[in-house]
Design a protein. Sequence first.
Lengths: 588, 240
Amino acid sequence: MTTVAHAPTKAHHEPMSFWRKYIFSTDHKIIGIQFLFVSLFFLLVGGLLAMQIRWQLGFPGKPMPGGGLLPETMIVNGVILPEYYVQLVSMHGTFMVFFAIMPLLVGVYANFLIPLKIGAHDMAFPRINMASFWLAFLAGLIMFASFFVPNGPIRSGWTNYAPLAARPDLSGVTVGQMLWCVSIVVLGLSSVLGSLNYITTVINHRAPGMTWFRMPLSVWALFITAILGVLALPVLQGAAIMLLFDNVLGTHFFDPVAGGQALLWQHLFWFFGHPEVYILILPAMGMVSDIIANGSRKPIFGYHSMVFAIIGIAFLGWLVWGHHMFMSGMNPTLGSTFMVSTLLIAVPSAIKVFNWLGTMWRGNLRFHVPMLNAVGFVSMFTIGGLSGIFMAATPVDIPLHDTQFIVAHIHYVLFGGSLFALFAAMTYWYPKMFGRVMNEPLGKVHFWLTFIFYNMTFFPMHIIGMGGQMRRIYDPTIYDFLKPQQPLNVFISLSAFALFAVQILFAINFLWSLKFGKNAPQNPWDDNGLEWSLPNPAPHGNWERTPNVYRGPYEFSSPEAGSADFLPQNLKLPTDRDPVPATLRAGH
Amino acid sequence: MTQATQTVDVMRPPFPAEPGAGVYSNKLGMWVFLASDVMFFTALIGSYIVLRFGVTEPWAKPGAVLNVPLTAVNTFLLICSSVSMVKAYAAIADGKKYFLRAVPGKLLRDGGLKFWLLVTMICGAAFVGVQLVEYIKLVGHGFTPSGFREGSLLAEHAAADPVKYGAAAAGMYGSTFFTMTGFHGFHVTCGVISMTYLYFTKVLPEKYSPQDYRGIEVIGLYWHFVDLVWIILFTIVYLI
């Protein structure tokens, strides 16, 4: 009986051509890096769209600088047209959710980290993994192409509510709507292929001794996220296909005039959409857990409760989609059921926040850039989570629904949460990806300026939201009751421009360090993870021999470690026994 | 078959074995994919249920619009293909790589992997073919994804007997029918293409052995799933 566990890998030979190595690569690390560059590009696109939204809300009717570059169908004399404004809002959401945050968290870090952290030589299905990237890239191109077709991209918001999205005669968008649906179907396929790869890899390819409860929390979170992805994305695909057929084949799924149900779209979309919310935050939570334990030089507080909190959030995430629909005309009794299940999610989320605080409590804190961003994540996610509880309560949601308060909430969890975690993760695993360290002082300046301008941008949105400013209006100054708030809108817009400008620091740091950064030592953060037992960057196929794992990933400041304050997972102490190599059990 | 069960239990790796759940990765990956496919069909079937019970007007009576006897034959064909898939699986588990072999003292000859997989592919392709013929006929009669085409045969029938033909709900009927059966047909087509690929790259060159027939087992899982989905669709779309 053979075991792969101790056989040398077959990957360590023959040099590959540039195309095979970097473009059509099956190496999980290269695929992760491909995802990184592509989704950072879409993050930039989404950001540019957001700047135009903020210009319109802060300075409605005034010519936008650089507006002359855009065609007359979008901007006339520098002034954003209402049709283009809704397209901006719709495409900002679409790009950020589907092509920036989701691939950044799942595409980049599930690909890059899972095999490295569990001691695998690659993913279970490397070629399916490559297909997953190229499908995602294709989906991005299709979505991007919708800017260049007649009548432009979708005008019905990133949620594409029917019947507006289902009836070209209502929305005025034909090709753009079809492209949105096709792109989402392709992206869903990419996500399903990626996720089934992650699940199989985690179940079947852990190194000897890497038991379930010795896995880092980042791997746990990515694993649970993959399960959510595999089950949630097909629902969106099904919905997008029906929407596509409504637009192309003349079906009437979502058209009430012909017997269809507009509310059905909302149910399908949010049945996908709420698990999607946790796809966008769980990996961030996992990676932040790793970084906070490292930065505190302490074992993570309550490891098992962290794991069960992840599982609990993922499970409850399936039962709460109706809280997006309190104002949709859905049965109010259902509303209270969804209210209760939504409030329940606060429990595992709070467990996680308390455990992060418990980890930092009396730790030997090292505020390196990843740690700063991780702590930023915890604080901002807490604010976003608390405003979520406001909206979960039906009576409070009724006045807050579809106002800027919602916009503030989603940005506190997606920007303040996911994106801060991504800044942390990008800085933390940069040495592993590129063999160099990002500039530390520049990283700290970037963190503090981002943190300040971020809060200046999004916190006032709570206030103007409670003041009644609706979510997607074109011009707040035409409503008398919103006029007193306009100075605050200007303030938000100016802060948002500053926030965008500060990101240039990150871009400079990221690109400059690729070529000129300090060479990274093998273990720059004194971490225990298996990935740091490899050179930076790690070679194709990762390990010559699969490492043995002797302990969990959070043995910081362990008395067993002697003078060092960390104890790598694969370091064999005299008292450690080798794990029994896992063998395939009989048959199936 | 008893022989097969014994052999199946000892399929042991000369293929690269993985530590872990004790299920080899290809099979685990297929199970996960099927889980996601269940969610896809759940979205379509769930929408069908919601829409069908959401319309207040009568739904078309079974058999009024659709050709139930033809589809029943087609269903039988697909179930047969599932049986032949099991036969293919059992054949290779017993090491029968051949097409047909004479059995002493018996009239019928014994089929091997090459025979039974070919039967499965033919049944699958025939299913898709019959479905296409049915689609063409339906569209010819005036049944389209958006309902009954104006001036068509079906539209006349529906005007004469709106309850039997579900005239008022025809739009919903067409939308759900073509979407659900269409995507099922797409799945069958993908299965046939994959089997054809395996047939020429693995089965004909005799790459499978009783020690490693993972491809057959994995495509078999997919095939049985597609068959199961059809049985559900046939029941809820054609029979009730």
